[in-house]
Design a protein around this ligand. Structure first.
Ligand code: NAD
Length: 363
């Protein structure tokens, strides 16, 4: 198969769909890879690295889309990329369609087959292609939360870990999945006072075993969340209902009760956000304030640590990319029902039930 890697064009996105080591694996399996010039230069993968891995460098996205049957990307296609998609194309990337109707309609119109990283499943449960980025975003959420709690950043002037004789900051993590656990690991490492809220009792039990006395767990009832938000210095939104828009767990009224200079980090913003007061921001302008509370709502947090993220993402996507390239989309999805769960759009239709329901589009 001919596989194409365009340069990412979303604001401050430096990751790349395939790293040079991944290209070498695909070439060794007998495939042809075309890469847009400077596709990886933002994270120090130069054209020569791709040439050494066996790729051909092409001058622009139009040339890459024209030459390739499968397009491997990181972020959802932007309007200029959707315009290049044809029915013969297989698009393998993050889509996050549930909160993005214009993109969904564009992909439906293109006729292309679109497999979304975020809805591919795993035999042992979970979302294996979301996992590495959730790990990154979870770990980063505490780093950025600590930063914006600093007075100079408009924060409350509170050190997460406190010091001897001064209590540590209270960190409330909503959602104890992959990103929530990774956030907790960092917050515990910084000696904060951490509580994780979830609606899955099984998950709460696992977290209790895993962290022992290092954290507290609580069932995520409305009352528990209201109390947590009121007392917290840092609230991290890390919930997910797969394929659907994030539930709005924290209302505008709850934000009004928060401490001045407290920080909200809405990791779930890529699914619409779990705070009513959230709206998506970029790395260029990452925060805004509502009622004296700092909101950090960057939809592509892993982009800030793009080199780590590109390697982590490729570790997870490469086995699937190889399967798709070796067998073709149809046979690969037939052979692997978990890969088939990634199918969001094909033949001019939405093919994922939760996505169709979230967008109120036919399935
Ligand atoms: P996950 O499935 O591993 O965990 C989600 C957790 O939320 C689960 O434990 C689930 O039980 C819990 N949950 C669901 N509904 C809840 C509710 N009403 N109250 C409390 N808990 C609830 O998901 P994840 O991989 O950690 O991803 C979390 C979010 O982060 C997703 O929206 C994902 O797309 C997003 N994400 C964002 C970025 C970014 O850059 N902003 C990067 C990676 C992931």
């Amino acid at each position: 198969m001919r596989i194409g890697v365009p340069k990412e064009i979303k604001n401050h996105e430096y990751r790349v769909g395939l790293t040079p080591p991944s290209v070498a694996e695909l070439v060794a399996a007998g495939h042809e890879v075309v890469v847009e010039t400077r596709a990886g230069s933002g994270i120090d993968f130069e054209d020569q690295d791709y040439i050494d891995a066996g790729a051909t460098i092409l001058p622009d996205p139009a040339a890459v889309f024209a030459a390739a049957d499968m397009i491997v990307k990181v972020k959802e296609p932007q309007a200029s990329e959707i315009a290049l998609l044809e029915p013969r194309h297989l698009l393998f990337t993050y889509l996050h369609l549930a909160a993005d109707k214009p993109q969904a309609e564009g992909l439906v119109k293109s006729g292309a087959t679109c497999i979304a990283y975020e809805t591919v499943t795993a035999a042992r449960g979970g979302l294996p292609l979301l996992k590495p980025m959730s790990e990154v975003a979870g770990r980063m959420s505490v780093q950025v939360g600590a930063h914006y709690l600093e007075k100079e950043q408009g924060g409350r002037g509170v050190l997460l870990g406190g010091v001897p004789g001064v209590a540590p900051a209270k960190v409330a993590i909503l959602g104890g999945g992959v990103s929530g656990v990774n956030a907790a690991q960092m917050a515990v490492g910084m000696r904060a006072d951490v509580t994780i809220y979830d609606i899955s009792n099984d998950r709460l039990a696992e977290l209790d075993m895993f962290f022992s006395s290092q954290i507290k767990t609580a069932y995520a009832s409305k009352a528990a969340i209201a109390a947590a938000v009121k007392n917290a210095h840092l609230v991290i939104g890390a919930v997910l209902v797969p394929g659907a828009a994030a539930p709005k767990l924290v209302t505008r009224e709850m934000v009004k009760t928060m401490k001045r200079g407290a920080v909200l980090v809405d990791i779930a913003i890529d699914q619409g956000g779990c705070f009513e007061t959230s709206h998506a921001t970029t790395h260029e302008d990452p925060v805004f304030e509502v009622d004296g509370v700092i909101h950090y709502c960057v939809a592509n947090m892993p982009g800030a640590v793009a080199r780590t993220s590109a390697f982590a993402l490729n570790n997870a996507t490469l086995p699937f990319a190889l399967k798709l390239a070796n067998l073709g989309a149809e046979a690969a999805m037939k052979a692997d029902p978990h890969l088939a769960n990634g199918l969001n759009v094909s033949g001019g239709k939405i093919r994922h039930q939760a996505v169709a329901e979230a967008l109120d589009l036919p399935f």
